[in-house]
Design a protein around this ligand. Structure first.
Ligand SMILES: Cc1cc2nc3c(=O)[nH]c(=O)nc-3n(C[C@H](O)[C@H](O)[C@H](O)COP(=O)(O)OP(=O)(O)OC[C@H]3O[C@@H](n4cnc5c(N)ncnc54)[C@H](O)[C@@H]3O)c2cc1C
Ligand SMILES: *[C@@H]1O[C@H](CO)[C@@H](O)[C@H](O)[C@H]1NC(C)=O
Ligand SMILES: *[C@@H]1O[C@H](CO)[C@@H](O)[C@H](O)[C@H]1NC(C)=O
Ligand SMILES: *[C@@H]1O[C@H](CO)[C@@H](O)[C@H](O)[C@H]1NC(C)=O
Ligand SMILES: *[C@@H]1O[C@H](CO)[C@@H](O)[C@H](O)[C@H]1NC(C)=O
Length: 369
């Protein structure tokens, strides 16, 4: 590295020497990953979390339970601004993944066809509103041939990934990038009582990313706008060739149920699911499993559901008014928040990370990818 001219020193911002990321879900890890791909002015990165990708799964750590795929929806009039912002995050993520997946097959990211079937489509779907049309989605097509009871169908280019494996991949990529660039890296397993506590632990901290899903405030306690949406899904073992290897399908029934199948690996599939706001039951519920299987037998009659490896329960970290990606100052210490991504933390991850880095003043530097 060449030394900067002394004369320009006062003009450049102080180096962000020690960056602390609170949270090691897909959001925290994506922020660290994008930071390391984009910026070399960092000396130290510390990631603090109570759960990491290699730990035993708990239902409080949402990321490993995700499908996970990209499923767009048209902006709704009542939440237009937020929907537009989150839709942009998904497009940034997809664009990044297109190149990244080709270079990193072990990331588990696979591009495929995504299909939506709706029994009671809103006006925004029928009119191909913003966020849900060929201007905004690749390979977008309205389908003419529809299954029984379905009033609207469309397909587009999507991606899916194996959530637990992708998280481990990200953690590993972070380690490699730090090694390569001689950046000190620490993973610290700790339950933070508050964000303030980070400053006490690391007096040299120059920037904090708050990616605790619906956890922590500067003085402790939680963002009162956050709430959880329970999701139960089934992990299936399907060893026979199946069309679901090449497409994900989401079926929305007129009574509001979502049934979807998402490829995880050559033989594993996620069949979902439930969306239960305010339901905090952490264990699999037999009655939910029965309902999912019964819907699947009608919607996906050709899917072999005989071998259920595991029943998953996760809690989507939602927030009234939508996700929060912004910055605040606490006694001069910048804190960038990135949480409340609800049911779309994977599809928005890279866009959220890039936005968070921009807010921190770290985002516009040349990319090393
Ligand atoms: C059934 C289901 C299906 C889903 N399908 C999809 C999908 O298809 N596509 C998609 O994009 N998304 C999907 N999601 C949503 C996705 O899983 C979430 O949006 C995402 O995981 C949120 O990531 P996160 O990093 O914010 O939170 P988390 O993964 O929960 O991570 C939070 C991190 O913060 C840490 N933490 C919290 N509080 C503290 C504290 N006090 N001290 C220290 N550490 C703390 C935790 O230990 C953890 O490391 C699905 C979710 C569910 C449940
Ligand atoms: C989304 O991105 C488009 C294209 O870059 C831009 O015109 C639009 O303002 C963005 N919307 C939001 C809400 O950021
Ligand atoms: C939270 O912490 C900040 C910084 O230490 C302090 O100024 C503020 O008074 C605290 N607020 C509450 C509600 O405790
Ligand atoms: C950090 O994020 C949490 C949600 O995880 C939120 O409740 C809290 O308000 C944020 N912290 C601060 C200092 O705002
Ligand atoms: C999946 O099914 C195949 C064939 O029946 C079996 O050999 C394999 O062990 C199963 N895998 C898991 C993870 O259950």
């Amino acid at each position: 590295m060449s030394k900067p001219h002394l004369i320009s020193l006062s003009l450049i911002p102080p180096p962000m020497s020690h960056v602390v990321v609170a949270g090691a879900g897909v959001i925290g890890l994506s922020i660290a990953h994008q930071l390391l791909l984009q910026n070399s002015k960092i000396q130290k990165v510390t990631i603090i979390a109570k759960d990491f990708p290699h730990d035993l799964l708990t239902c409080e750590y949402t990321s490993p339970w995700a499908g996970a795929h990209f499923r767009p929806y048209p902006h709704k009039p009542e939440s237009w601004e937020n929907d537009a912002r989150e839709a942009n995050y998904t497009r940034v993520t997809q664009q990044f993944f297109e190149k990244f997946a080709a270079l990193n097959p072990d990331s588990t990211i696979k591009f495929s066809k995504g299909t939506d079937f709706l029994e009671a489509p809103s006006k925004e779907y029928l009119e191909l509103g913003s966020g849900y049309n060929a201007d905004s989605l690749k390979e977008f097509k309205v389908l003419e041939k529809l299954p029984d009871g379905v009033k609207f169908g469309a397909e587009y280019l999507t991606f899916c990934l194996d959530a637990p494996e992708y998280l481990k991949f990200l953690q590993n990529a972070i380690e490699q990038l730090c090694k390569l660039q001689n950046i000190q890296l620490q993973f610290v397993k700790l339950t933070l009582p508050s964000l303030k506590y980070i400053k006490e632990l690391y007096p040299d901290v120059s920037l904090i990313f708050n990616a605790t899903a619906n956890g922590l405030q500067y003085n402790g306690s939680y963002d009162p706008a956050c709430f959880k949406i329970r999701g139960q899904t089934l992990l299936l073992n399907v060893t026979q060739p199946t069309p679901y290897n090449r497409k994900t399908i989401t079926h929305q029934s007129k009574d509001g149920h979502w049934t979807f199948v998402i490829r995880r690996s050559a033989t594993h599939y996620i069949l979902g699911g439930t969306k239960q706001p305010g339901d905090d039951y952490p264990l699999p519920r037999e009655s939910d499993t029965v309902k999912i299987l019964s819907r699947a037998s009608k919607v996906f009659p050709d899917l072999d559901t005989s071998d259920i490896i595991r029943v998953n329960v996760g809690f989507r970290p939602a927030r009234r008014g939508g996700s929060r990606v912004d910055k605040s100052l606490h006694e001069g210490l910048p804190v960038v928040h990135a949480y409340g991504l609800g049911g779309s933390g994977f599809e928005t991850s890279v866009g959220v990370a890039k936005h968070a880095l921009e807010l921190a003043g770290l985002g516009r530097l040349e990319s090393k990818l």
